[in-house]
Design a protein around this ligand. Structure first.
Ligand code: GLA
Length: 692
């Protein structure tokens, strides 16, 4: 990422702090959330004995312990936590200590009801769940700071402390009066004057001109059909307000100790926080992931999220939570079948994680998540899940040389929260059922299944290290990205960009001359109309190239058509049926040393795959392995000149043979491998290259 001076420095020290953690643990972190406040102290001793048996070296303590640590305002009961930390330390287990500010205690909600978030419909989100706070509430922030400081004061010097876990899964969006006050202040910082705000929000439409800052408030739901620039800014504000809460607590714990990582946990495809911006404030990116074990395809979106997490900082990351088996929040909660948890854990490592951590260590007897699986299930060690957890914990040291390593990629896919929010959160588009994560997945899957290494980039990333960039449906593009993209292509970069991209600027206003505004010169054509398809409508698309160019012949498309008029581009495909019959469906434009391929419609998956893989091949990008089935994943990690090839077979029923790009040793079996390895169903191999 292009980083500012201070962000670059923050990254360097973040890396140092993570290096210190890696050295301290001497291998991959293995463990999970540990909630001893739910159990009496006799159980703690058994916990620690079993943790040792399973190879646990890191546990996250105190995530939900505010009520147990501060039962009354300003009255702290640290004795139990002292005992737990001492006990863990005596067993050689390190602690990721959490600030408990995700779940405020009942006294806070009772004494200060204004800390409770008002929801978009005006109802109060009351006590009894979690996340019941308005991030803009000064009282909430003050009380969160008090408990954070008390914890930092008491435990910063504790020898078990290895990492800080700030709060948990930041998320609430609040519509309280105090949220409006904070939103106003945020807008004043962004725009400086009411005039600039009125311009940015295009308030002459529907007589929305503001004449006093006091008139500006948060966009609550009953006023539907809202100003799209206001909605977009509100999404940005919510992310920033939550980030301020993180930064405030982070800075408090840093005052006491500067040498250990401070992180919070991100979520899969999470809409309410711009994780690119957040990552700059973290020492490492940490992720909670719960792929549905009932969905045999869920490994694809897991892979995408893992690649995104690695890309956010370009560093090894932290798998902070996963389930040992089933979760409990869906209608039907399937178990992870034998081998699935192991494969999913190695999958995270394969994509750059240096940890395998779970929610949670011991299964709760009560509470909403009493049936959420745990490393130690209700049935204790006499359970399949425990057996698999114990086996994995004792197996991970075999691959410890891969720790801290990176994973290079030649292809990048754009994933930006501004692009997401504008496309799906502001309504009033030619169609309002865009699924941004789904569209990004459609573009990512062919590359993953063909065993290409993939990074993700934002509007602010350094593009120069990639040979090819895929831009899925970037309706909003800021000027700075248009400039960066132009430089990238002129310098030889290859771009594959799909329809309805480049349409609006950062204020959600249509770029002129339309369309696609910012990308018009790059795609080499203009669009006079966007035509969403009628329900069930499909179009035949005929590629114009030779039969051997990788994307020849007739295919179908659906969902959308750009009415494209060629300026400088070459037509790669035309519609062979429908309203736009004979008109371009796909363009290719040479710009400087590079080229842009533009898709004006949604091609059937096989055709999109052919286009993407064809462009990768033309760009000289090589897959990590060839001749492996699509349900086999291949990734590479490299450390100190040594390559580690991770191979994972996600099929539950079929073995797979994979031809190897180099000779090596499978670290999990100890066997030498030369031409090929055979992976059983859900099988894993970690091949360390033999260096000449
Ligand atoms: C999230 C939370 C955990 C737990 C798990 C399982 O990731 O951070 O506290 O609730 O989900 O549902």
């Amino acid at each position: 990422m292009t980083a500012t001076g201070s962000a670059a420095e923050a990254d360097a020290s973040g890396r140092d702090r993570m290096d210190a953690l890696r050295r301290r643990l001497g291998g991959f972190a293995f463990g999970g959330d540990y909630n001893p406040e739910q159990w009496d102290s006799a159980v703690w001793r058994e916990d620690v004995d079993l943790m040792r048996r399973a190879g646990v070296n890191l546990v996250t303590v105190g995530v939900f312990a505010w009520a147990a640590l501060e039962p009354e305002p300003g009255v702290f009961t640290f004795e139990w936590m002292d005992e737990v930390l001492d006990l863990l330390h005596s067993a050689g287990i390190s602690v990721d200590l959490a600030t408990p500010t995700m779940a405020p205690p009942a006294w806070l909600s009772q004494n200060f009801p204004e800390t409770l978030p008002m929801m978009a419909d005006g109802e109060t989100f009351g006590f009894g769940n979690r996340l019941h706070y308005d991030p803009s509430s000064p009282v909430y922030r003050e009380r969160a700071a008090i408990i954070t400081r008390a914890l930092a004061e008491r435990y910063s010097g504790h020898p078990a402390l290895a990492m800080w876990h700030i709060s948990n899964e930041y998320g609430p969006t609040a519509y309280n009066e105090q949220s409006s006050v904070a939103f106003r202040a945020w807008l004043q910082r962004r725009y400086g004057s009411l005039e600039a705000l009125n311009d940015a929000w295009y308030t002459r439409f529907w007589s929305q001109t503001y004449t006093d800052w006091a008139q500006v408030d948060v966009p609550a739901v009953p006023r539907s059909w809202m100003n799209p620039a206001r909605q977009l800014d509100f999404k940005r504000f919510v992310s920033d307000a939550l980030l301020e809460c993180f930064v405030a607590e982070r800075d408090i714990v840093r005052e006491y100790r500067d040498d250990i990582p401070v992180v919070t946990n991100f979520m899969r495809f999470y809409r309410n926080a711009d994780y690119w911006k957040w990552a700059r404030e973290e020492d490492a990116v940490a992720l909670d992931i719960y792929p549905d074990p009932g969905d045999e395809d869920s490994w694809v979106s897991a892979a995408l999220n893992f690649d995104l997490m690695r890309s956010l900082k370009g560093e090894p990351w932290v798998l902070m939570e996963q389930a040992a088996s089933a979760v409990s929040q869906w209608k039907v909660n399937n178990v992870k079948r034998p081998g699935m948890m192991r494969a999913g854990s190695y999958q995270a490592i394969a994509h750059g994680s240096d940890t395998v951590l779970y929610f949670q260590w011991r299964a709760s007897r009560g509470g909403h998540e009493r049936f959420h699986s745990a490393m130690l299930p209700h049935s204790g060690t006499a359970s399949r899940t425990w057996g698999e957890v114990e086996a994995l914990g004792n197996e991970l040291p075999l691959i410890k040389d891969a720790l801290g390593s990176s994973a290079p990629a030649d292809v990048a896919v754009l994933f930006d929260w501004d692009a997401w929010w504008a496309l799906t959160e502001t309504h009033g588009l030619p169609r309002n059922d865009f699924d941004y994560p789904g569209l990004v997945t459609d573009h990512y899957r062919p590359l993953l299944e063909a065993h290409h290494a993939v990074d993700f980039v934002s509007f602010d990333s350094d593009l120069s290290r990639y040979r090819m960039l895929v831009i899925p449906n970037a309706y909003l593009v800021p000027d700075r990205f248009v400039e960066a993209l132009t430089r990238y292509v002129e310098g030889g970069g290859v771009v594959v960009c799909s329809f309805f991209s480049g349409v609006v600027d950062e204020t959600n206003q249509v770029r002129q001359p339309a369309y696609p505004g910012g990308l018009r010169t790059l795609i080499g054509g203009y669009i006079d109309e966007y035509l969403p398809a009628r329900a069930g409508e499909t179009f035949e698309v005929q590629f114009t190239g030779a039969a051997d160019d990788g994307a020849a012949g007739a295919v179908t498309a659906n969902w959308w058509q750009d009415s494209v008029h060629v300026e400088s581009a070459t037509v790669r495909a035309v519609y062979a049926s429908g309203l736009l019959q004979g008109r371009p469906a796909m363009l290719e434009n040479t710009v400087g040393e590079g080229r842009v391929v533009y898709l004006g419609t949604r091609l059937e998956p096989a055709a999109l795959t052919r286009v993407l893989l064809g462009e990768a091949q033309r760009s000289g990008i090589r897959a990590l392995v060839t001749d492996a089935p699509p349900t086999v994943e291949a990734t590479l990690r490299e450390a100190d000149g040594v390559s580690f090839l991770f191979l994972l077979n996600h099929s539950e029923s079929h073995a797979a043979e994979v031809r190897l790009p180099f000779e090596g040793h499978d670290l999990l079996t100890g066997a030498s491998v030369t031409d090929a390895v055979t992976l059983g169903p859900l099988g894993v191999a970690v091949v360390r290259a033999v260096t000449p």
